[in-house]
Design a protein around this ligand. Structure first.
Ligand SMILES: Cc1cc2nc3c(=O)[nH]c(=O)nc-3n(C[C@H](O)[C@H](O)[C@H](O)COP(=O)(O)OP(=O)(O)OC[C@H]3O[C@@H](n4cnc5c(N)ncnc54)[C@H](O)[C@@H]3O)c2cc1C
Length: 374
């Protein structure tokens, strides 16, 4: 039994210090809560990622008081889809996105967490999670709230039994950096029957290449055969990191809290990596979760969480459908390349600047006609 006199107490224990956990810890500490953040890894924490932060994600970071210095990132103004000789691009309706190395982002978020006074434990072993108590490195810590920000395979979700999973679809993701001067100010998404590869500029002389595929045997070294137009861009460029892989998952939970325990980031469900929205969702969820904690109830967070994920989930569905149906994809890309303003409108919905219903029936019919005639 633990000694109550020596037992440590804090307001919030956050388990997992990836982008979502760090963002939650920063928001909570800034709101006046005492926060203990524990991660079993030791920095610098890296992860297979396309490393693009969309404008809505940068806005959420700014709301957390985190600015990414221009010299530590590379701005992109929009998104370009490419398949063979067909391509279409659009700029964001507002602001820019940033390509930022995951290790750089982790460092920036950790610095901010230190500055606001978050207590951080690295290489920590979280063994027990019970109502109002977490055991970290063998020592019990009592708290008012517990946050599971421990990624896709969340032990917090499993131990507390939060949320039934509604939809699950897995794909395989890999990333590698190449030392080459970015050739575009967009994130480029290359499509083929093998999956998608997207390229995010992350520095003056470096790009991040992320492959997402449903084929468990397909690897980055097969890019030249499936994505020849990208291969010609990368020809002669040196690989500046070793490849890293991760599963990307589409998962929705019917609830993201139980009692005083809440989930945030990928622990709370996720959208396929092709959306490029994973980190942005985590930052937005962190802000909503802390607002809910301030109100004393996690119920508003559950509702806000559903709303935050609505558009990215829709877009993920659409992109996966295009990925799986070559005939539809070829026609859709050709139709969009002849109506780039429609692509711009889709991008606007994707980054939360407009709603699906803003499309209007006339646009839908016109697009349908272009699809038939493309
Ligand atoms: C190939 C690929 C490309 C992607 N591209 C993009 C992109 O371009 N833009 C974008 O926004 N998103 C992208 N994503 C998604 C993005 O990587 C995730 O949304 C993001 O990492 C989720 O952050 P998180 O903090 O929820 O989880 P994670 O980043 O997984 O962090 C979880 C943390 O919890 C810790 N942890 C786990 N278990 C425990 C435990 N038991 N005890 C203590 N600590 C624990 C881990 O060490 C880790 O630090 C991509 C994903 C993939 C796979």
């Amino acid at each position: 039994m633990s000694d109550p006199v020596n037992q440590k107490h804090t307001d919030i224990v956050v388990i997992g210090a990836g982008p979502a956990g760090l963002a939650t810890a920063i928001a909570a500490r800034t709101a006046g809560f005492k926060v203990l953040l524990a991660d079993h890894a030791i920095p610098p924490i890296d992860k297979a990622c396309g490393e693009g932060i969309m404008p809505d994600g940068l806005a959420a970071l700014a709301a957390l008081g985190v600015t990414v210095p221009a010299e530590k990132a590379y701005p992109f103004r929009g998104i370009r889809f490419v398949e063979g000789t067909t391509s279409v691009d659009a700029v964001f309706p507002k602001g820019v996105g940033y390509g930022v190395r995951r290790t750089v982002l982790h460092d920036l978020l950790t610095q901010k967490a230190t500055e606001v006074g978050v207590e951080m434990r690295w290489g920590a072993h979280v063994s027990e999670i019970a109502s109002n108590q977490v055991t970290i490195d063998g020592l019990p810590v009592s708290c008012q709230w517990i946050v599971g920000a421990d990624g896709q395979a969340s032990i917090v979700r499993q131990k507390i039994g939060i949320g039934r999973s509604h939809s699950e679809q897995r794909r395989f993701g890999f990333r590698q950096h190449y030392a080459v001067r970015p050739w575009t100010d967009c994130v480029e998404v290359y499509w083929s029957d093998q999956g998608q590869v997207y390229v995010t500029p992350v520095a003056q002389n470096e790009v991040c290449v992320a492959l997402i595929t449903a084929d468990p045997h397909f690897r980055l070294n097969e890019i030249p055969s499936a994505f020849p137009e990208l291969a010609s861009r990368l020809a002669g460029a040196l690989e500046s990191t070793r490849p890293q892989g991760a599963i990307t998952m589409t998962r929705r939970l019917d609830s993201v809290f139980e009692g005083n325990v809440a989930l945030v980031g990928e622990a709370s469900g996720s959208v396929d990596a092709i959306t490029g929205e994973g980190m942005s969702l985590g930052f937005q969820q962190a802000l909503s979760l802390v607002n809910a904690m301030r109100s004393g109830s996690l119920q508003p967070y559950d509702e806000a969480h559903r709303e935050i994920g609505k558009n990215p989930r829709r877009m993920a569905k659409l992109m996966l459908m295009l990925g799986e149906r070559p005939w539809l994809r070829h026609r859709a890309l050709r139709a969009l390349s002849s109506q780039p303003d429609l692509f711009a409108q889709m991008l606007s919905v994707h980054v939360g600047e407009s709603r699906v219903r803003d499309f209007g029936i006339e646009r839908a019919l016109s697009f349908g006609w272009s699809m038939l005639t493309a």
